[in-house]
Design a protein around this ligand. Structure first.
Ligand code: SF4
Length: 305
């Protein structure tokens, strides 16, 4: 199957404020709002024409946009399209009629009682997860590991193994600002080295890389077998990521710890490589015709992949 992949940050709005997020979520800094739905469909159509079949819908919190159900229906009318949604679980149960076997719901959960992050695996959230599982929707949990929740991680791994859920652990990403504020010691105070985790499950890979547009992009990840077809993945940003040759001259490279792994659409109608802060390589899509978007997309692929 075609693995070309793009992340769509549909909104900067979120019902929660996680301390390690930037205030615009996965969109570019200094922007607020959400994509206009009709325009977003035009842009997605260009991606489909260029061969993209994997879409990740993210935010902010994507369930806060009024058109999420319509967007899912629009994407999933193509039987070879796969859609992932990143959510903290807010209202996700309302979208059950728009989810199917082509979808995976990725819940952000940073532990059971962790007070540092508002994303906890509460009874209420667990009920939602189990409801989706009962409808045969694929589930994954994403957990950002910090000094504040590291002690809960063994329990979370065991829980996922018992409940039949995939789990991805990520370390903290350095950012210029956290929730709109520059906090100089934030990273030092909270960063936890993932290689200190003790994983009581068999390791099946130590250098799996994504294959989103070209083989071998992103950060090499470790994989563990949690049993019954479920897995644990560890994305440790201290490992050397893939960079494109244009990155070698980029003044931001030292802080660009995730390197190049996929394309991304940001609020503000910007096409870029995910997390790329070098505006020389951002494409402003406003006002472009569909054919021009396709051309820009191909140029971007050539430059970075
Ligand atoms: S900011 Fe953009 S151009 Fe610079 S190193 Fe990162 S991905 Fe490459």
């Amino acid at each position: 199957m075609n693995s070309k992949y793009v992340a769509i940050a549909v909104t900067t709005v979120c019902n929660l404020k996680c301390p390690y997020c930037q205030s615009t979520g996965e969109s570019i800094p200094n922007v607020q709002g959400m994509w206009n739905y009709n325009w977003l469909k035009e842009v997605i159509t260009a991606f489909l024409k260029v061969g993209y079949r994997n879409f990740r819908i993210t935010g902010g919190e994507p369930t806060t946009v009024p058109y999420l159900g319509d967007l899912l229906d629009f994407l999933l009318q193509n039987p070879d399209v796969r859609v992932r949604i990143n959510t903290n679980g807010y209202n996700i149960e309302n979208y059950i009629d728009h989810l199917n076997s082509q979808t995976e719901v990725i819940f952000s959960v940073d532990g059971f009682k962790n007070g540092f992050s508002p994303k906890r695996l509460t009874e209420e959230l667990l009920k939602k997860i189990q409801y989706l599982q009962s409808k045969n929707i694929s589930i994954r949990l994403n957990c950002v590991v910090t000094k504040q929740n590291a002690d809960e991680i063994p329990e979370l791994i065991q829980f996922c193994s018992e409940q039949g859920m995939n789990l991805k652990l990520l370390d903290l990403s350095p950012r210029v600002e956290y929730q709109g504020k520059v906090q100089d010691n934030f990273l030092d105070n909270n960063y936890f080295e993932l290689n200190k985790l003790c994983i009581p499950f068999p390791k099946v890979s130590s250098d799996f890389r994504t294959n989103m547009i070209k083989k071998g992009t992103g950060i090499p990840m470790s994989g563990y077998n949690l049993g019954n077809g479920h897995w644990l993945q560890i994305k440790d940003s201290s490992k050397e990521p893939y960079y494109a040759s244009v990155c070698n001259d980029c003044q931001y490279k030292d802080n660009c710890i995730e390197g190049v792994f996929s394309l991304s659409l940001s609020v503000g109608e910007i096409l870029r490589v995910a997390n790329c802060v070098n505006q020389d390589y951002w494409i402003q899509l406003s006002g472009l015709k569909q054919r021009q978007i396709e051309e820009e997309l191909k140029k971007m692929e050539k430059l970075f992949f």
